[in-house]
Design a protein around this ligand. Structure first.
Ligand code: SIN
Length: 299
């Protein structure tokens, strides 16, 4: 059998399937139904310096082939994460990617410094949450993204990934690359909305929420294809990946790894199922290394 392993921006993964932030808890909770260490890595829920309660309900709304969320980065804060969750993740042999959000470049820097010191395997800076900042996420602006990545990079000895919004474009991804990001994850949710036809009002208190799931897959795939063609650093593909065939499409578009998000809500075994499907595919096709097929659509 070929080697499922892959190195993504300095981080060695045993396979290219990662559980996306906010869709898989801290991974250890899944221990009774699957071995979370079987996944390439687990991205934590977006972590902030201080605990956050998140946005008022409703926070989730199903759409045709998709899901809108307005969670608002509910999380226990980095101190509680380091005290309570990280040791459990370590015990279970999970490769830990800490997803980090800050209110300012200084907050990102502080959170990244503390988390990388605490022994996470990599950091994923979240500049793409659509639910917490007025006027759109930082990652829709190249100069603001550059400021955040610069501050994070100087205190981050571990691999640094940057999770991008769909509307950032190549300019933002290049800014992240120039400031020393080791990889970009693309894409976070699309800004969308829903209206309750009984009240005539927006469903969400923030009006705008983040759309994910199969509905966004073809658009996410196109963005990953464009980024992989334009960047020197690896791209991690995200967006509506539901089974191993979807994952393969992203790899063929040029992604070094993929993240499985919304599919985990439908089937908690989705990510493990995708690992098994890719394993079978590699075996049947006699593929020894992802490099053989990575980016085949670019050639
Ligand atoms: C949220 O917590 O609102 C979603 C996180 C994200 O989109 O990054």
């Amino acid at each position: 059998m070929g080697d499922m392993g892959v190195v993504v921006g300095g981080l060695r993964l045993k396979n290219p399937v990662v559980a996306a932030a906010g869709t898989f808890g801290f991974g250890a909770e899944y221990g009774e139904i699957l071995d979370p260490a079987r996944l390439g890595a687990v991205c934590t829920k977006g972590l902030t310096l201080r605990p956050r309660d998140g946005n008022p309900p409703p926070r989730l709304w199903e759409t045709a082939c998709g899901l809108l969320n307005s969670i608002g980065l509910q999380n226990p804060g980095i101190d509680a994460f380091i005290r309570e969750e990280l040791p459990r993740m370590r015990e279970q042999g999970i490769t830990v990617i800490a997803n980090v959000w800050g209110n300012s470049p200084a907050e990102y820097e502080q959170a990244v410094a503390i988390l990388s010191e605490a022994g996470v395997d990599a950091i994923e800076i979240n500049v793409s949450c659509p639910n917490v900042s007025r006027g759109g996420p930082v990652g829709e602006d190249a100069r603001r993204t550059a400021r955040v990545v610069r501050r994070a990079r100087r205190v981050c000895p571990v691999p640094l990934w940057v999770k991008l919004p769909p509307a950032g474009g190549i300019a933002v991804a290049r800014a992240a690359q120039e400031e020393g990001a080791d990889a970009v994850s693309a894409v976070n949710t699309f800004r969308g909305m829903a209206i309750d036809i009984e009240t005539g009002r927006p469903v969400f208190a923030n009006v705008v929420a983040g759309l994910s799931g199969p509905a966004i897959k073809p658009i996410a795939l196109r963005i990953v294809y464009e980024l992989a063609g334009a960047l020197m650093i690896p791209v991690v593909g995200i967006g509506g990946i539901d089974d191993w065939r979807d994952a393969l499409e992203f790899i063929m578009a040029g992604a070094h790894a993929v993240q499985v998000g919304t599919a985990n809500f439908v089937d908690p075994l989705a990510a493990a199922r995708i690992v098994a499907g890719l394993e079978r595919y590699m075996d049947e096709k006699g593929i020894e290394d992802w490099e053989v097929i990575r980016g085949s659509a670019q050639r």
